[in-house]
Design a protein around this ligand. Sequence first.
Ligand code: MG
Length: 129
Amino acid sequence: MSDDRWALGACVDRLLAFRKARDWEQFHRPKELAAALAIEAGELQEQFLWKPEETAQEVREDAARLGQIRDEVADVAIYALLLAHDLNIDLAGAIAKKIASNERRYPANSNRGVARKAGNRAEDSDPQP
Ligand SMILES: [Mg+2]
């Protein structure tokens, strides 16, 4: 993936300029941004609702459908970027921290091919009553 596709700082600058030009900061309280993010995530999920099981390759081959999905992914990312900006969350740092946490939580040698959340496996159960 090229660096241009991950130029999040430039995306944030453009989003902030877009928002400021419309005087929409006043509406972007954290609660509203979090709700908008969840709503957009719902719209993304709707793209797959009642559709037959399909692989990523099959989705990629349908250009029109992929465009709709791309738009919803962008909406989710936009609200995540705005919320992170407004709360002074270093998003790249937060993602790196989360990846490191997941690497510890899901060691590759004991999680290869396993699709269960930590805590839902017998070996993760708390021995305390
Ligand atoms: Mg949307």
